[in-house]
Design a protein around this ligand. Structure first.
Ligand code: NAD
Ligand code: ZN
Ligand code: ZN
Length: 394
């Protein structure tokens, strides 16, 4: 039994104190897990664009400070609370921002991965069990001391910390021999993208695809479409430096909207003889979503929206445009039910069906987390892996 079991752990975390303020690496206290909760030691965490979005704090849902961001990670179970049966101390796990209780009306059906109790909720900032937080600090953002202040949780996970507490519905056990840094990517970006292609669009062999936004999520869509035998994958990005890398994930054509004098959808319809079979919006921009929608073939084209949209603007589509027979639907966490489907997906990745190494473009120590944020903001990284807890065995 861990000597820390049942005790408060004092450790280092990167705390977000306000929108766009550099994260502060400081001491925090992490309470023991309560009923159906798990306390994890985080080994590696990567950064996803959704972390950037909440750090920007553009809308009300995103503004809850102080907060510990981060949702893509891999860790070891330090201890479990009452009633936790499927993981135990020492298990290697990945946190998932979209949980699976296994018992609710949604979890017992195949159709959806949006668990009634633990589905992703951008407004949620406290634990389900008692409405409290398991994080607190007596250190101010300037390094001074204060009365104990609570720190909010984020997306069911909060991984930019040496220790975190999650609902057990939001952890998935993985093979302890799996490459750990790569497993971190399955916590969000790669599962989201590959799942959007496999589970949401159900991309078929020999079909055509357009992916808007070639960050990790969009490139994971491309990799998923490549693995399913798509014959043509058109990558659209305003950053030309993304093209070279995207070839590794099967992108066959690159379109930079900045180089065009006509709308992207017009260009895509021209080069594909009417439009692609599937398009995926992975930028979080509603105008891009319109382009993605119009770039599919009338009659059967299908658009999957994956990006997160902080704007209050609604979808810029005229209802009559739906009469042309194009379909559109959103996809959360690639439609994967985390506990029941990710272990198998992880196995497929380890067998090489989906290649994970190209997604890791940078590695930095935890202390450099603000540099890692900057790399993503500047479009210079796909995933930067941060080494969080020290004294790793491997
Ligand atoms: P990223 O920042 O790494 O990549 C975004 C890419 O989009 C960049 O290459 C950028 O150059 C490109 N881009 C931005 N605006 C553009 C425009 N107007 N035209 C063309 N290209 C443009 O981000 P990421 O980590 O890959 O995440 C992508 C999106 O997916 C984000 O909105 C993120 O919040 C969302 N996301 C959704 C889910 C989900 O479950 N639905 C999960 C994870 C991430
Ligand atoms: Zn994410
Ligand atoms: Zn459920």
């Amino acid at each position: 039994m861990a000597e820390t079991q049942g005790k408060v752990i004092t450790c280092k975390a990167a705390v977000a104190w306000g929108p766009k303020e550099p994260l502060v690496i400081q001491e925090i206290c992490v309470d023991p897990p309560q009923k159906l909760e798990v306390r994890l030691k985080i080994l590696y965490s990567s950064i996803c664009h959704t972390d950037l979005g909440f750090w920007n704090g553009t809308n009300e849902a995103e503004r809850a400070f102080p907060r510990i961001l981060g949702h893509e990670a891999v860790g070891i179970v330090e201890s479990v609370g009452e009633g936790v049966k499927d993981v135990k101390e020492g298990d290697y796990v990945i946190p998932t921002f979209n949980g699976e209780c296994g018992e609710c009306r949604v979890c017992t059906k195949e159709e959806s991965n949006l668990c009634e109790k633990y589905q992703v909720d951008p407004m949620k900032r406290v634990m389900v069990n008692d409405g409290g937080t398991r994080f607190s600090t007596t250190t101010t953002k300037d390094g001074g001391s204060s009365q104990s202040q609570r720190i909010y949780h984020f997306l069911n996970t909060s991984t930019f910390t040496e220790y975190t507490v999650l609902d057990s519905a939001c952890v998935v056990k993985i093979d302890p021999n799996a490459p750990l840094k790569q497993m971190s990517l399955l916590s969000c970006g790669v599962s989201t993208g590959v799942g959007a292609a496999w589970n949401s669009a159900k991309v078929k062999e020999g079909t055509t695809t357009a992916v808007f936004g070639l960050g990790s999520v969009g490139l994971a869509v491309a990799e998923g479409a490549r693995a399913r035998g798509a014959s043509r994958i058109i990558g659209v990005d305003a950053n030309a430096s993304k093209f070279e890398k995207s070839k590794l994930m099967g992108v066959t054509d690159f379109v930079n909207p900045k180089d065009l004098t006509k709308p992207v959808h017009q260009m895509i319809r021209e080069i594909t003889g009417g439009g692609v079979d599937y398009s995926f919006e992975c930028t979080g921009n509603v105008d891009v979503l319109r382009e993605a929608f119009l770039s599919t073939h009338a009659g059967w084209g299908s658009t999957v929206l994956v990006g997160i949209y902080p704007t209050p603007r609604t979808l810029p589509l005229h209802p009559m445009e739906l009469f042309e027979g194009r379909k559109i639907a959103g996809s959360v966490f690639g439609g994967f039910k985390p506990k029941s489907q990710l272990p198998n997906f992880a196995q497929q990745c380890m067998k090489g069906v989906v290649k994970l190494e190209p997604f890791i473009t940078n590695e930095l120590p935890f202390e450099k987390i603000n540099d890692a944020f900057q790399l993503l903001r500047d479009g210079k990284s796909l995933r930067c892996i941060l080494q969080i807890a020290k004294f790793l065995k491997r």
